[in-house]
Design a protein. Structure first.
Length: 76
């Protein structure tokens, strides 16, 4: 079963409460999303570390309920 925008946002905000999360459904199919996440928790971390933080917030759903997620991260 696919995840919706609000579920993705909720998981990210649970892990990073200060995050500003913008999510787009790229294909309109509920399976291909783009997320821009801005958080002070990214400060001093590499882009790879920042992306891992976002993937970890999804608690194993990436590749299962969530098929594709393009991530952009920004330090606030």
């Amino acid at each position: 079963m696919a995840m919706d925008l609000k579920e993705i946002e909720s998981f990210i905000k649970e892990a990073m409460p200060d995050a500003i999360v913008e999510i787009q459904d790229l294909a309109g199919d509920g399976n291909h999303y783009s997320a821009t996440v801005t958080s002070s928790q990214f400060s001093g971390k590499s882009k790879i570390e920042q992306h891992k933080m976002v993937y970890n917030s999804l608690k194993g759903r990436m590749g299962n309920e969530l098929h594709a997620l393009a991530i952009k991260t920004k330090d606030s």
